[in-house]
Design a protein around this ligand. Sequence first.
Ligand SMILES: Cc1cc2nc3c(=O)[nH]c(=O)nc-3n(C[C@H](O)[C@H](O)[C@H](O)COP(=O)(O)OP(=O)(O)OC[C@H]3O[C@@H](n4cnc5c(N)ncnc54)[C@H](O)[C@@H]3O)c2cc1C
Length: 413
Amino acid sequence: MKQAADAIVIGGGASGMMAAIVAARNGTSVRILERMQRVGKKLLATGNGRCNLSNQRVSIEDYHGTSPKFAAQVLHQFDCVQTMKFFEELGIAWRIEDHGRVFPLSDQASSVLDVLRFELDRLGVPVECETIIQKVVRDDDGLSCLSSEGLAFKAHKVIVATGGKSAPNLGSNGGGFRIAQALGHHIVEPHPALVPVTLDCPALKHINGVKVIADAQALVDGVPQGREVGEVLFTEYGVSGSPILALSRIISESLLKGSESSIQLDLFPEMSFDELLSFLRNRFSVASEKSVSFSFVGLVHKRLISLILKEAEIQNAECSCSKIGESDISRIAKALKGLKFRCSGTLSWMYSQVTAGGVDVREVDRRTLESKVVPGVYFAGEVLDVDGNSGGYNLQWAWSSGYVAGFHASHSL
Ligand SMILES: Cc1cc2nc3c(=O)[nH]c(=O)nc-3n(C[C@H](O)[C@H](O)[C@H](O)COP(=O)(O)OP(=O)(O)OC[C@H]3O[C@@H](n4cnc5c(N)ncnc54)[C@H](O)[C@@H]3O)c2cc1C
């Protein structure tokens, strides 16, 4: 048995470090147990190494999960303004970029981790790395965290801040879900979000590397479920880019439910269908000496032309533009405004930035983040069934929930 602490935080990621700092500042003796060789490995990878640590425009619409109200109450207790004040006091100067995204002025995720580690040291919080917790059990005199090496770490309060299943190479491998399940909690089936999407499309080999600015729609069983505008990148397996990552949650959830899903791209979002029709009519009439296929050169990426003409069912792409009829033009316009790809899945957890699903929030007190199943156990961060859009929302959830769990765990001792 290891020396007892008032509180133990399982997982030294964003939410766990925040929880430990808040608890220690409240005078609680707290220790962090971390399975990797060091804390905060994922934090270093955030924002392409720049750490998009919050978003000034946080609103509940940017969060997903079974209960938006649950997330709202937690975010409200420690919001973006309080978060940025917290980091400012630790030495992080920051700036706001497009869409309200907050970054450290240093442009280094490592500086965010450095100040958190400095504060943990200053507060004397012991951090035990390479310690994998497999189970939490309640006994007569409190809670015990049992490690894979057979050690028992005793505490009155335990904060489970183990993350979800995304990017397991950075530490979070779903272990927190197993801990919660063994305690009697239900898990909303996890699925990857903010992840590239795989397509069922033989032409991918040909269009791998092509980038387009498009209005992308996710369709589930043919019904539009979400749309995002931005740069879409075709890859050898499917599609990536910010609009696709944003839509990927819908796709992976629909596949989990056994529904058909597809991505539809409007390559001319700035024109209405009728405007595009008259634009194409004019283009074909002035290019009457060119082939239909060649008339697209300079209009769309060359490697997309045959795919578009196939989608538009143009049998002879090499025929002259003078031969093209009104119904052909209409089908071409439809293909350009609705290039459709059937989704076969998403890339694996390794490539996903965040986990949708997790510990069922109906079994967690939304004011304190204490378990309603096992008193004394708290949850923080991505292990809970809350996930956010891209843009700093997920780290804000980690900071807010870490704060709330750390505050209430230490105040109820
Ligand atoms: C590549 C990438 C880029 C991202 N960029 C951004 C961004 O710029 N902005 C943003 O808002 N979000 C971003 N995210 C998402 C964000 O990083 C996460 O939502 C956030 O880190 C979750 O914090 P957490 O504390 O819940 O979990 P994590 O940060 O995953 O930390 C969990 C910790 O628990 C440890 N652990 C797990 N199981 C055990 C166990 N059994 N015993 C002991 N320790 C355990 C893990 O090793 C890990 O250190 C990004 C994610 C990725 C993968």
